[in-house]
Design a binder for this molecule. Sequence first.
Ligand SMILES: Cc1cc2nc3c(=O)[nH]c(=O)nc-3n(C[C@H](O)[C@H](O)[C@H](O)COP(=O)(O)OP(=O)(O)OC[C@H]3O[C@@H](n4cnc5c(N)ncnc54)[C@H](O)[C@@H]3O)c2cc1C
Length: 822
Amino acid sequence: MTALPKETKVIIVGGGIAGASIAYHLTRLGWKDVILLEQNKLGGGTTWHAAGMVGRLRTTNSMTKINQASAALYAGLEKETGHSVGWKQVGSVIVGKSKERMVQLHRTCAMAELMGVEAGIIDAAEAQRRWPLMRHEDLLGAAWLPHDGKVVPKEVPIALAKAATQRGAKVLEGVCVLNIEQRDGRVTGVATEQGVIKAEFVVLTGGMWSRELGLRCGVNLPLYPVEHHYVVTKPIPGAFDELPLGRDPDLCIYFRGEGNAIMLGAFQKFTKPWAVETVPGDFSFKLLEPDWEKYQEPLAAGRWRIPALEKCAFEKFVNGPESFTPDNNWLMGETAELRNLYVMTGFNSIGIASSGGAGKYLAEWIIEGRPTMDLWSVDVRRFGPWANNRSFLRERVTETLGLHYQMAWPNREFETGRGLRKGPLHARLAEQGAWFGVKNGWERPNWFARAASDARQKPPPATKPEVEYSFGRQNWFANHAAEHRATREKVAVFDQTGFSKFLFKGRDVVSVLQRLCGNQVDVPLGRAVYTGMFNERGGFESDLTLIRTGPAEFSIISGSAQTVRDLDWITRNIGPGENAVLQDVTTAFSIIGVMGPHARTLLSRVTDADLSNAAFPFLHAKTISIGQALVRAVRITYVGELGWELHASMDQALLVYDTLMAAGADLGVTNAGHYAINSLRLEKGYRAWGAELSTDDTPLEAGLEFALDWKKEFLGRVALLKQKEVGVKRRLAIFVLEDPEPVLWGGEPIYRDGVCVGYTASGSYGHTVGGAIAMGYVNHAAGATAEFVRAGQYEIVIGDRRWRAKVHLRAPYDPERKRVLG
Ligand SMILES: Cc1cc2nc3c(=O)[nH]c(=O)nc-3n(C[C@H](O)[C@H](O)[C@H](O)COP(=O)(O)OP(=O)(O)OC[C@H]3O[C@@H](n4cnc5c(N)ncnc54)[C@H](O)[C@@H]3O)c2cc1C
């Protein structure tokens, strides 16, 4: 039995690459009172058998920064610790067999430049020169990333732990954590077989074991182990260790040199979860049984791509289980359920490439008490408890592993684990041809199938709710256009049930909200307010609509993805003596949007309330009748037209919907989906949290100063005042392509006078402005003034082409005058 210390500042649970990286970085930042507990031996979980490939480029800036930090750490680790981790900068070659894949590779390379990663497109012959054993006749080209590399994974935690111990940390092997100790919603330590260790912070880095430990202490960590397969051949003439990392996503395989042999791994479209009741605690330096049957497809693909594999013998088959999450991103940060419990787990097959850097950012997060850059895509709070259902996880993870190599189609939707959260309109909308997407588990209509208005309609609309993905116009282009135009010209009904909804009650709600929100919230009863909530750096923690429903009561509405996060942010900012309680009422109400110039006419037919401008002005809310139902109607719009959002209790939502549709046939009332919301709000310049607004973006940069009340104190005000004084270095702008043909999806580089200055945060097709539309930040270190932004000539990169774009700082569409601004 190991004699355990009684107390420490930080306990890290799990000695894989993730846990060791956090120990390394915490001690590097000066925290020495750190204990890492590993139930078996360091690196014996998933880490030891990984393929060790370290790619630098990811799809977002934050994730790329993390992988860049990993690569830089591994490259210097031997020098720092004297322990070799086998780092070799061999580069990567990603080959493309199809036209669509080449478009994706062009998109990848275009973003790489912006994110500081060297990447370029090479032709097939050049790809073959870099990987001489590879067949190249069927390839259209490849991407080449010269700075990617590989490590020997099992050595990395040892080197990291060595550095951490030299700086004062303790690493104890053979200590299994049985539970997380807690009091009053805060961690107090951990219980082990050898006794309790008290701690101020606990960091859970238990890989595929984390979910079960989380359940024991009331914390949701939705992840589940999946089988991941690779083989290593016996020596092959012509193979050598310095061969680049090879990826053939069209064939769902990866390959690299392993000494004078070849490693061939698979990311098949659908994979197998590990059907295990409980992940065994002693699964250390172990593998699952080889599954040659499942491996036949990748093996055949490998033999096609590398003909030398036809006749070779195999040295080993690695069938390693590893944890996957519902969206293929790992789980990181402080949990909403338990204060000072941090997690970094569920690495979805990129834990070697990402843990080195992620450990740095989590260590900073722990020490500073907040993330030091936007980490929302991996924030553990993005999932509600619904996502932690084991049956759902077992189904969803069969899809997530394969996603690494599936086409990253715009608006790609999950095929598995669907239908978990449905609003009351779901069945009715399905009958009417809704194509549903999923957000935070909610099934949301994105667009509706429809018949062609006449046989000559070009392009014809999709008549069935089925998507044909592409980087260009997808098959629902005409459906989207019809819904967009119906909202601008007539009236449309939107099911927005998935929005997050809260009830905030108590004597001190006004003072709490005044402190957290940038806008003035002490408004008369029945008034609605749009506001941001900011962190100390002035970045957006959220943006939301508040409705004052009582002297000490507010209804709060925010985006579908933000439920747990907003609940957590507001709750953690209620002071100890303050009387205010926030309740999540998302599943109690439906929100039905009625938007368009005929919205008043339609609603007036089914209500006895006076909806005139004088009686029901903008940003006001009232309880009104809709047929035989009662709703809270809020005069607000996210699409830039006259409209009301109707908050109906779940039991009456269908009645409200049916009443509206029956009453509005002659007005041309139409179902419209979330894709129409997106294009309509872009034309009107409305920002979206999670796209244009993140913890790294301030309201001054985002052009939302109008929603700040400088006269009151609020969190972030000091930082914002300072930024106002010095001026912003980036400014959000709206872009409309001059050519009406292409479409934008977000993630496209923006060029100003030939220089890359940013990338689009979100994009769509603006059917009123008559072209693709996007929003994105223009970066300029010397000051991104409005004049600077306006003075530039802009181009946006789509694939390998640049398209001229008009820039706007105000909405390009003015609904008051119903005209498009030049
Ligand atoms: C076949 C295969 C190939 C891969 N190839 C690559 C690759 O090329 N590149 C890449 O980036 N990634 C790759 N990965 C993914 C990578 O291996 C993982 O993402 C990474 O190792 C996860 O590290 P971890 O520290 O989170 O988990 P682990 O290495 O599993 O570490 C978790 C540790 O926590 C310990 N633990 C759990 N519960 C407790 C407890 N209660 N008390 C004490 N200790 C506990 C476990 O014993 C374990 O040692 C691959 C994975 C597989 C399966």
